[in-house]
Design a protein. Structure first.
Ligand code: GLP
Length: 267
């Protein structure tokens, strides 16, 4: 795990967008794993700006999103498919046929989840998986007690998650579906690289558990400690609970990869 602590959420979004852009430039036919949530909005806005400026070509990219609500149709403004269309897909030249979001409606969601796993494999796996962090420490919708080897499946959402995500449902947690389809922790760990972005003081405790806590199914983000190529981008607020700040600052100064990213953000 490499950790970069930025002074502000804007800086965190700048660097995250830069990491994604570099992947797309270096590997034009890459497969991106994409995430939703408020944290991602600033990142997608930056990717759209770069595309409009002519710097970023998504024509050969494919994508797989992490999750979708059960019972919410793709055309509903509450769906993650709609979110992706609204924040990214509708504004860049990615081929719609190569964008994938798990199906939240259908007669056999279990079979659809298995087919989703097969489609990821058929695409050659995910090159870069973008992740946000739930306030309860989840990645995707892998709620507490999710098996660390889990695959794409239907899950029941934690009450805390329904409260956290009520914004998309008019602010009423009761309107947030009780179930979702999510890539599993095992699916996420199979990505060749992982980019986790968490900002704001609401994430500080989850960030602490993800980075410094034991690996536990109670905090699916902690499974990222097993990943060999995982970059975590934080801001000061989300990093506030970490006890190892001096060590992280030292690595930010001396690790060539981290120095390169920081220099790129400033330059
Ligand atoms: C939802 C998504 C997660 C995401 C989380 C963070 O729960 N399923 O994948 O990480 O939101 O959301 P936000 O960025 O809004 O805090």
């Amino acid at each position: 795990m490499k950790i970069l602590i930025c002074t502000s959420p804007d800086d965190a979004a700048d660097i995250a967008a830069q990491v994604i852009a570099r992947t797309v430039v270096a590997t034009p036919d890459c497969t991106l794993g994409l995430a939703t949530g408020r944290t991602m909005e600033a990142i997608y806005a930056r990717l759209v700006m770069r595309h409009r400026a002519g710097d970023l070509d998504f024509a050969r990219c494919g994508s797989f999103n992490l999750d979708e609500y059960v019972g919410v149709a793709p055309e509903s403004p509450n769906s993650y498919r709609f979110y992706m269309q609204d924040h990214l897909f509708g504004h860049v030249n990615i081929d719609a046929a190569r964008t994938h979001v798990p199906a939240g409606v259908g007669s056999d969601l279990r079979a659809a989840a298995e087919a989703y796993e097969a489609a990821i494999l058929q695409a050659g796996g995910i090159d870069l998986q973008l992740l946000g962090l739930g306030e309860n420490g989840h990645i995707g919708f892998n709620e507490p007690l999710s098996a660390l080897r889990s695959r794409t499946r239907v899950v029941t959402l934690d009450e805390a998650t329904r409260v956290q995500n009520a914004g998309m449902f008019g602010g009423d947690p009761a309107l947030v579906p009780t179930q979702a389809v999510t890539m599993g922790v095992g699916t996420i760990l199979d990505a060749r690289s992982v980019l986790m972005v968490a900002t704001g003081d609401g994430k500080a405790e989850a960030v602490r558990q993800m980075i410094e806590g034991p690996v536990t199914a109670m905090v699916s983000g902690s499974a990222l400690q097993f990943h060999e190529d995982c970059l975590v981008i934080l801001d000061e607020a989300s990093a506030a609970g970490l006890s190892q700040r001096a060590m992280i600052a030292y690595q930010m100064q001396h690790d060539p990869d981290l120095r390169f990213l920081v220099a790129g953000a400033i330059g």
